[in-house]
Design a protein around this ligand. Sequence first.
Ligand code: DGJ
Length: 716
Amino acid sequence: MSIKDRTPTPPDHSAKPERDGNAYRTWRLDDGYQTMVLASRRERLPQCVYWGTSLPDGECLQTIATAYGVDVTGGMLDENPDLSICPEAERSFPGQPGLILCGADGLPLLPRFVYHSETQDENGISLHYLDADNRLRYTAQFLADPATRIVTVQASLASERPVHLHWLSAPVLPGPQQADEMIDLAGRWCGEFQLIRTAWSPGVRFRENRTGRTGHEHFPGLLIPCRGATNVSGDAYGVHYGWSGGHRMIAEELPDGRRQIQFGHASGIETAPGHTFATAPLYATYSRDGLNGCAAAFQRHLRDRIVTMPAPQRPRPVHYNCWESVYFDHKLPVLKEIATRAADLGAERFVLDDGWFGKRDDDTGSLGDWDIDPRKYPEGLTPLISHIHALGMSFGIWFEPEMVSPDSNLYGAHPDWALGGADQILGRQQMVLNMALAEVRDHIFGKIAAVLSAYDIDYVKWDHNRVLPQPDAAQTRGVYALLDRVRKNFPDVEIESCASGGARIDFGILKHTQRVWLSDSNDALERLRMQHDAALFLPSIVTGSHIGPGNCHTSGRVLDIAFRAWVAAQRHMGFEMDPRELTDREADILRSVTNWWKHNRDWMMRADILRLDSVDPAVIAEQQLAEDRSRFVIFAGKASTSLQILPRPLRLTQLEPEANYELTLINRDMAPKLSRGAPILKERAIRVSGAYLMNYGVTLPWSLPETMYVIEGKRA
Ligand code: DGJ
């Protein structure tokens, strides 16, 4: 699919011969669903003059470009400065510029770019612009992907002389005029992916993450629902910046009402003068199916274009992770017993978490000393791994490669390998290694490789439990390089990105990893909300979700096993409680939900997760719709008690109106005693049309808070 340069086809009154000053150079990007049109005059940087639903093939781009021009009235310049893909301060642009840099002498450079050339192929286009005075070259790239509907844009800058870069935005996209608000994301430890709605208003909505990792606090994404858009309907736009080192977002409404969206690395994180710089890819999508259209595009793009699984055909294994059962207290007989019980419950991969190396009896030390602790494992890991393999499970192990404890042998030998000053504030009693140094990467690679070579290990949980002393892009590039090297040398090993839970989740890290640990909160109630919101960007296949202890360690809540199990079954399922704590009833429920998940995981891992517009705010509901649209599952979680006494119908989405669907409430046995009536789903399966389900909906039996109903749907 295509970029089409329509400049030479100006058929009507707006047609002018090439470049008379008022004729536009135009480019058109189509993916069969959305169209993006760029246009430039007078050899200047282009503006994105249209982005939205597909335009007809014959649309005159000269007219579109001309019609984009807005009026001029009192108190304004005589012409509106372009809102280009990289707004230039020197061209009277009244808002935030797309590029801020200075020469090696520290003096600001104020570029004015002029068209130089372009290259294009069937998927995209690169535009090259030069600033001869400052000897700079700016390149913007636009790529369409008809299968996922993600447009990937990226900018780079080359300078003949070394320059200091403060800010480079990925190609600037217009903020829709039809929107009243925007949604970006905040969060905290155990409370990731919180949606923040802010009204568009004159000035800047500015988010900058200066922690040096993606962070709990500022997920690098933005969603813009146009007026009236909901989860399931209306126009919406979404962008995500695929970078793990901290980003800056600018959503600005100019004094004249035009709006721009900028995303790039956090400012000033290129700490050395250089000749070349590049932004990370900015993934952008337009949807006419509400926020779900954006969510499905991001989910598919991440799953099919970003993440590479070592064995794509292999079903995602049910995990057992021992963290919340034993923490640092590793005792071989206990771990073996836990493994035996976990396997009996249905686990297929056992992950040995923190505590196996150095003298790691708590979180105060030993990071960097990646040698197996002979006190805990006198015969190495073989006795444990052999036991786990004999149970039919594979084995995974925890590392926190970028960190060093001040008490470690590594720090003693190489204090200069730590980032930041010796008097810095520690985080979780630890420091960060300088991953920009090749010798540091070599050393850490050697340590990881020694463990992965000595044992049959198919999984690494790669943790990162503190922020950096200062943001530095070289650190992130170093981590990516190390991850690449590990993967190249151990291609069968999967890697999970964890950072105190979900503090390093983005499409940048997921190019190098295969799973994320969404949160350290295993509280199913918190997870229900978090998973719902994270699904705006993340598919099930990468989203780890575990059943934690009965008494949740991070919230103190006590939740029933059925609720905990079904919430975990919404994503890539695992267990993290001590299985010895389970009653027979709990073990039975866990086994049965796990079996259900195993029967359904293959299609669910490739399903679109569609958020439903529940009219009852107490119900958080989603519909996972199979790739071939022949089946779906509804997870309707009751987060609290409802205001009204009886459940309201829950409307489904994206079904075929004419088709009939058979609906079964698969866990109707959990309807409580207080559900005294006979709503049909409590009694039996029903067969109704897609039109009915999307317009009236399904009415569930009454339920207690902190419970989940699960409905399977199949096209008849
Ligand atoms: C933080 C992670 O998020 C936890 O799951 C666990 O691996 C600990 N670190 C181990 O220190």
